[in-house]
Design a binder for this molecule. Structure first.
Ligand SMILES: [Cu+2]
Length: 151
């Protein structure tokens, strides 16, 4: 009897850990409009929560890429899912740092297949990862205006 009470007291005195939640975001296709999209497009979670991206489109290959400049500074989030995801494929990300996470589907970026996840609260602009190396994009720097000079 005493043991039972002691056990109960111990259990009650343990720190209450916030239970991490699981969310899902589906990658979908609207057969009528031809739209490809993430659903939900905007999701709010808490740090420690996990989001599972679920490919739910029999017709198109999709993936998930976080924007190098669209995540919080110092975030260790994996930047990219497998390049080609097909129907039924899933990709899980656990968010351990508060802030705004913007992502897109690479093949359908031009079609507006983008999404956003807010962890705890949105990042202020100065909290975003602004010094990311965008070197792979051709910026031009002003000097490569060729002016059609050669032929
Ligand atoms: Cu896509």
């Amino acid at each position: 009897m005493n043991k039972l009470i002691l056990g109960f007291a111990l259990a009650m005195s343990m720190p209450v850990l916030a239970q991490a939640a699981e969310y899902k975001v589906e990658m979908k296709f609207n057969e009528d409009s031809g739209d490809v999209y993430f659903e939900p497009k905007k999701l709010e979670v808490k740090s420690g929560d996990t989001v599972t991206f679920i490919h739910a489109d029999p017709y198109n290959v999709h993936n998930i890429m976080f924007e190098p400049n669209g995540i919080p500074k110092g975030s260790k989030v994996p930047m990219m899912s497998p390049e080609e995801m097909n129907e039924g494929d899933t990709w899980k990300v656990t968010f351990n740092q508060s802030g705004t996470y913007k992502y897109h589907c690479h093949p359908h970026y031009d079609m507006g297949m983008i999404g956003e996840i807010i962890v705890d609260s949105p990042s202020k602009p100065e909290e975003m990862n602004m010094d990311a190396n965008m070197g792979d994009h051709h910026h031009g720097g002003g000097d490569d205006h060729h002016g059609g000079g050669h032929h």
